[in-house]
Write a protein that binds this ligand. Structure first.
Ligand SMILES: [Zn+2]
Ligand SMILES: [Zn+2]
Length: 531
């Protein structure tokens, strides 16, 4: 089947075939993503969501009834005061994030405030989901059966956790964290006995935890209050190393993508799901993590976290999907510097998709086409992009400081031919506005060295002199440039290269004469004089 050259199609096929083999009467296929509710989501945080979402789309395309669930981990305890949050949160460390007030007072809890950032990101990217919140699911009793089964066989669970993750923690305690009735912490409690007939859990609040305020750098020590009591099976949460398993079975999940950082937890959950809960765990894919170069070139980012919103300020939703969907097995650097290459790749893929760029190997072509289709959530646009690189447009923007002027330049240089459709115009305006943001937020790279020969410099100086002399027409100016090149025995290719490097820091660019006239001959003369 030619479609299955792309990982998403392969996984969707694997999920469907596996359900057939398992023969457990699956009518609805469910893909899931976790929605962190405790820290500012980094651009990588939306990755597992987009990856799981496209698998959901692929299942629907195969004619299956499917659902995409976002699960907010809002019963987790607060471990760190996130970047940009007030120090008043120091005293909330250890409490479940759904029970902490929103310090900015715009949402009903701290958790909802954080969730809203990711939800907004997914809305902007175009990912649709059914949201479930951990604290509500526990309150409703969604996991009652699973909690009982896991706690009844806690010894076995503890052994599996040790085998798969080498953590011995749950050999000595139950894999369940009660919310302390006295101090409200979920991080310092220690559950030691389960009484199945009463569905009660005995616990003591006697652990110690060291949290952090990332703004002040202070360590915050949270000590258990010493309280001892019993609680019900809905009054806390399962430990991560067993909780996924409970969720997978209770919500009947068929697929979830994960970052490699939690590989061990997933393995432990897989085994617990199978051996203790008797449920075949979902198909997973694991991907490499995202890293940053420290974001040092962003001069005005909010906090230290490079978010989806940051990315979308400079680039299209398709480029972020390209980042997530391209290859799972490669570590990706994500920061503002990475953006031009991704935007150019989106344009290149559009040209491959339209047939303008030829790809010889059929499987490669099929692969690129599927990537392009999934980047657009299976509704790829018909529009062809304008063929000017992001970096060139950015340098043009630096010269003229006005998206409208850049657009006029592109019309004069022939990159925009004829009248743009409404949709094309909107896309171009968005792109130029993104580039304008990028130019004003990133710091010029001083490492770019432009090495011109003396003859090249002399030619540029001569062109500068000519530019000042009179108001040139496009054809005459081009002729003049050729003449200057000839007089100095300079190949026209080398002369043009010198001009583009000086103006756009690129070896190529839009047609030179109209470009010069669009930027303004006097301004270009100033720049060439300094060459
Ligand atoms: Zn809020
Ligand atoms: Zn306590």
């Amino acid at each position: 089947m030619p479609e299955e050259v792309f990982w998403v199609d392969k996984i969707a096929r694997e999920i469907v075939d596996r359900e057939k083999t398992l023969n457990r009467g699956t009518k609805k296929f469910r893909c899931e993503m976790g929605l962190g509710a405790s820290g500012i989501p980094h651009v990588g945080s939306a990755g597992d969501g987009v990856r799981s979402y496209v698998v959901y789309l692929a299942l629907k395309k195969l004619g299956k009834d499917a659902e995409f669930i976002a699960y907010a981990d809002d019963r987790d305890g607060l471990r760190k005061v996130p970047s940009g949050f007030p120090d008043s949160l120091d005293k909330e460390i250890g409490k479940p994030v759904s029970l902490i007030k929103d310090p900015f007072k715009c949402h009903s809890s701290f958790a909802e405030h954080i969730e809203s950032i990711l939800i907004d990101a997914f809305n902007k990217i175009g990912v649709k989901f059914n949201l479930k919140r951990a604290h509500l699911e526990y309150e409703k009793g969604t996991f009652d059966k699973e909690v009982i089964e896991v706690l009844t066989r806690a010894e076995e669970a503890g052994r599996i956790i040790e085998e798969t993750t080498s953590s011995t923690k749950f050999r000595e305690r139950l894999p369940f964290a009660p919310i302390c009735k006295k101090c409200g912490s979920i991080i310092t409690t220690h559950a030691y006995k389960f009484i199945p007939k009463d569905k009660k859990i005995l616990y003591r609040c006697d652990d110690e935890f060291v949290g952090k305020n990332v703004n002040t750098g202070n360590e915050i020590v949270v000590k258990g209050c010493g309280y001892e009591d019993e609680c019900g099976i809905r009054d806390g949460k399962l430990a991560w190393k067993v909780e996924f398993a409970a969720r997978w079975r209770a919500l009947k999940i068929n697929y979830e993508a994960y970052g490699k950082d939690i590989l061990e937890s997933v393995r432990s959950n897989d085994k617990i799901c199978k051996d203790i809960l008797g449920y075949e765990p979902p198909v997973h894919s694991f991907y490499e993590m995202f890293t940053e170069r420290g974001g040092k070139k962003i001069s005005k980012s909010a906090g230290n976290v490079f978010t989806v919103q940051n990315w979308l300020k400079y680039a299209s939703p398709e480029s972020i999907c390209l980042l997530y969907l391209k290859k799972l097995s490669k570590t990706r650097v994500v920061d503002a510097d990475a953006i031009p290459a991704y935007e150019d790749e989106v344009d290149e893929l559009a040209r491959v998709y339209s047939g303008e760029v030829k790809i010889k190997i059929p499987t490669d072509l099929a692969h690129f086409k599927r990537l392009y289709e999934y980047m657009h959530f299976l509704s790829p646009p018909k529009n062809k992009p304008i063929s000017v690189q992001y970096g060139v447009l950015a340098n043009l923007m630096k010269l003229v400081h006005d998206p409208e002027l850049v657009k006029q330049t592109l019309i004069k240089t022939g990159h925009i031919k004829g009248k743009l459709s409404g949709a094309q115009e909107k896309l171009l305006d968005e792109k130029l506005s993104n580039i304008s943001n990028w130019v004003s937020d990133t710091v010029e790279d001083e490492n770019i060295q432009i090495n011109l020969t003396d003859t090249q410099k002399e030619a540029l100086h001569k062109i500068a002199e000519s530019l000042i002399k009179k108001d040139w027409k496009e054809d005459d100016l081009l002729q003049e440039i050729y003449t200057i090149g000839k007089e100095l025995n300079l190949q026209s290719g080398d002369l043009f290269k010198a001009a583009y490097l000086t103006l756009l820091k690129s070896e190529r660019g839009p047609r030179l004469a109209p470009l010069i006239l669009a930027i303004g001959r006097k301004k270009v003369a100033e720049i060439f004089k300094k060459a």
